[in-house]
Design a protein around this ligand. Structure first.
Ligand SMILES: C[S@@+](CC[C@H](N)C(=O)[O-])C[C@H]1O[C@@H](n2cnc3c(N)ncnc32)[C@H](O)[C@@H]1O
Length: 430
């Protein structure tokens, strides 16, 4: 039967998913997106709580050709019985979409308004008081989190990407990455931790051997059913999620420690601020490589100074100034990346002004009441033989890679004219 004009013009490809089958999706063609979705949602035998929703829709010039080319391209990712049904996970979905968008027949993506408003990432409302208005600094926020058991600071995807993209690809080749602090793997980018998402997306590009992500079940077991922590493992195309009995998903659960010991090569995550000390101790004792986020002031905090002093950890490349709270609102806080992976060239080291003491401007050098030299503003003496006191910034900017070492495994509090100043670290030219 000949097609009428509007049918010829309206040619769409869609990816649709049922709420009860998150591991699958259907890819098909239609002349009418509304009608097609209604058909899915009124199928006989379908239960009430099984709702179909579009994940992606687009207009194309020749829907039959696109549909056929998808079938050919992803023949191994299709169910044998039904041509329409494809395996689904976030990485595969992105592949399907990018294949469709780069097809010669692709015209434009059609954005369909989703009912689910929870998924919208809201940027902080104007009515929310600023940190200054609340009399707090970004550092205070992190300190409060560390002290007050508030760990619900979620990392933004762009921060993960910005840091991890800098390391040479060779460090990941054939390695097993372990994301061990509530790095959930859900059905979409909203319910998947940004660490998991990064490695899922880049799995092949980085040549990873394995990705293991654990989900923390939380402290409360509401219905006494036992904790529901899980372990997600991806090896090649095989992805499995296991819920071992009594598994909490905590980084110090015996099973998580076993994975760390036996399987993991590189650990990447943003651990809970309230457990930072335990986490660092566990991680550094494991001897594994890591790239993690922690408080920006760790380099001058007594519990962590020994790690930097003994070359067990050093700052990564970037600070992390913003996180998301559970409502997915932007929250300013002072985090930084830390690692034990060698950093050859650190762009921020250009902020270090290393020069003979006599050339450092007078206002940026002074001696405290016990004659200890204090330098500020990135100035570092190149010819001073004794220890001197620096603040966080030069250490984050790579001072320890420039021939200086920490000489005291505790904070140093200078007194100037009897007045206590903020804590620093004592360093010395090697
Ligand atoms: C700072 S958030 C980061 C979450 C996620 N990794 C991200 O980067 O967005 C720390 C997470 O660790 C979880 N957590 C708390 N205690 C934990 C534990 N003992 N083991 C593993 N995760 C824990 C918290 O519930 C929180 O979701």
């Amino acid at each position: 039967m000949a097609k009428n004009k509007s049918e010829q013009e309206n040619q769409y490809i869609y990816i649709v998913q049922s709420s009860l089958e998150p591991s699958k999706c259907k890819i098909g063609k239609t002349n009418d997106l509304d009608r097609r979705l209604k058909e899915y949602n009124s199928m006989t035998g379908k239960s009430k709580d099984n709702v179909y929703a579009y994940l992606f829709t687009c207009k194309v010039k020749n829907m039959t050709r696109v549909e056929r080319d998808i079938e050919k391209e992803y023949v191994f990712l299709r169910e044998e019985k039904s041509k329409e049904i494809y395996f689904y996970n976030q990485t595969l979905f992105e592949r399907y979409v990018s294949f469709i968008k780069s097809h010669a027949s692709f015209v434009e993506e059609i954005f369909i308004k989703k009912e689910d408003k929870k998924q919208i990432v809201k940027i902080i409302k104007k009515t929310t008081p600023t940190l200054e208005e609340r009399g707090m600094s970004k550092k205070d926020v992190m300190q409060k989190a560390q002290n007050a058991d508030n760990d619900e600071f979620f990392t933004r995807y762009e921060d993960v990407e910005k840091e991890l993209n800098i390391y040479p690809k060779s460090i990941w080749k054939n390695k097993a990455v372990f994301c061990n602090c509530d790095d959930a793997v859900g059905t979409d980018a909203i319910t998947t931790s940004p660490f998991a998402l990064y490695f899922l997306r880049k799995f092949e590009e980085l040549g990873l051997k394995k990705l293991i992500c654990t989900h923390y079940a939380g402290k409360v077991d509401l219905f006494n059913q036992g904790p529901r922590g899980y372990i997600f493992t991806k090896t090649g195309f095989r992805e499995i999620k296991e819920f071992p009995q009594k598994y909490t998903g905590s980084f110090d659960d015996p099973l998580s420690l076993k994975i760390l010991r036996d399987d993991a090569d590189i650990v990447c995550t943003n651990p809970p601020f309230s457990r930072a000390r335990d986490y660092w101790q566990m991680l550094i004792t494991s001897g594994k490589r890591f790239i993690i986020i922690s408080n920006i002031s760790n380099v001058v905090t007594p519990a962590f100074i020994p790690y930097f002093m003994n070359g067990k950890a050093w700052p990564g490349y970037n600070s992390v100034d913003n996180f998301l709270n559970p409502k997915r609102e932007l929250l300013a806080a002072a985090g930084h990346w830390y690692t034990n992976i060698p950093i050859k060239k650190r762009p921020k080291s250009r902020h270090l002004k290393i020069m003979p003491l006599k050339d450092i401007p007078a206002k940026y050098k002074k001696y405290d009441d016990s004659k200890m030299l204090i330098v500020n503003h990135g100035y570092i003496p190149s010819d001073y033989k004794k220890p001197f006191a620096v603040s966080v910034r030069p250490l984050l900017n790579g001072l320890l890679e420039k021939g200086y070492k920490i000489v005291k495994d505790n904070q140093y509090f200078p007194y100037v004219d009897g007045k206590k100043c903020f804590g620093r670290v004592l360093v010395k030219k090697v």
